[in-house]
Design a protein around this ligand. Structure first.
Ligand code: SIN
Ligand code: NI
Length: 291
């Protein structure tokens, strides 16, 4: 498939470490995909009846459902959308891309800010400049609802592991380092997509509105990348890819270009017996087909 790539988007991404692509998808299609993601989140979270107050600070930033392309086939055309994946490949300058994982990030009404962090240190993927996230709002997202902010140029810095999961406030220390180059916050309309580099410092505003901020994200990496380190992660552990191995299993299918133009088929999850894995399944963070 031939795609017209706007070189201004590529230049902005390389300079700033993020780029806002207005109207990359149609608002009508976003309404369709949004309904599919809503259904996935509702079904995954059916057993989690906690109120916002009862959740951990990290969970108060958003409801998180990962790998939803696998158990919700209606989501797949968005995960592997040629306009999203083709542009993502051009941004990182890779001929082929793989999916690392997707996720719904639904910030509930009254939800906490998303603290500043960088993504790549969370993933055992060797290299740099070879990962990026497509952040796809399923509705208009402004400062009140919880739009994203990005520190321009921060992709060139050494990325640190910021523990936003169990150390509330950790992101504030990172933000303080960038007092001279504050984050740029980016309101979006339905159909817009924002791409950010795996090393870019980013965060999101709290949701001060009375409605949920509905967002779908997909993380892609350059085909050929190897596992870097033994940090546990389903995207490599499921396929038994050890440190240094090429990441090319069924959990991380080719996203661009799609082989034969066909959407990938997910593989079953191996049995998961660990306490953390059971918890993730119970809370709907990962598919229920998981062992
Ligand atoms: C958010 O949507 O609030 C955070 C997204 C991200 O960290 O990539
Ligand atoms: Ni992030």
């Amino acid at each position: 498939m031939n795609l017209e790539i706007d070189t201004r988007l590529v230049e902005a991404y390389r300079r700033d470490g993020f780029v806002h692509a207005p109207g990359l998808l149609s608002a009508a299609k976003i309404a369709e995909y949004g309904a599919a993601v809503d259904e996935a989140v509702a079904r995954r979270k059916a057993r989690d009846t906690r109120t916002l107050d009862e959740k951990t600070p990290y969970e108060q930033s958003f409801i998180q459902c990962q790998y939803i392309w696998e158990d919700f086939p209606e989501v797949r055309p968005l995960t592997f959308h040629p306009r999203v994946c083709g542009l993502a490949a051009a941004l990182i300058g890779a001929p082929r891309l793989r999916l690392w994982h997707d996720q719904a990030l639904y910030k509930e009404a009254g939800g906490r800010e998303t603290e500043a962090h960088t993504d790549h240190p969370y993933w055992p993927i060797a290299g740099r400049d070879n990962t990026l996230t497509a952040w796809i709002p399923l509705q208009a997202v402004d400062l009140d609802v919880g739009c994203m902010g990005y520190v321009p140029g921060s992709q060139n810095d050494e990325a640190a592991f910021i523990d936003i999961f169990t150390a509330p406030g950790a992101g504030k220390a990172l933000e303080a380092r960038y007092a001279d180059t504050p984050a740029r916050f980016v309101p979006c309309a339905p159909g817009d997509v924002i791409f950010h580099h795996g090393h870019t410092v980013h965060m999101a505003k709290p949701n001060r509105s009375d409605r949920t901020r509905r967002v779908y994200t997909a993380i892609y990496f350059a085909d050929g990348a190897r596992r870097g380190g033994d940090r546990a992660h389903p995207s490599v552990d499921r396929d038994g890819i050890g440190d240094g191995g090429v990441i090319d299993g069924a959990a991380t299918p080719l996203a661009w270009p799609l082989p034969d133009g066909r959407l990938p088929t997910p593989a079953p999850w191996p049995e998961m017996t660990g306490r953390r894995a059971q918890h993730a399944k119970l809370l709907g963070i990962v598919p229920d087909t998981a062992g």
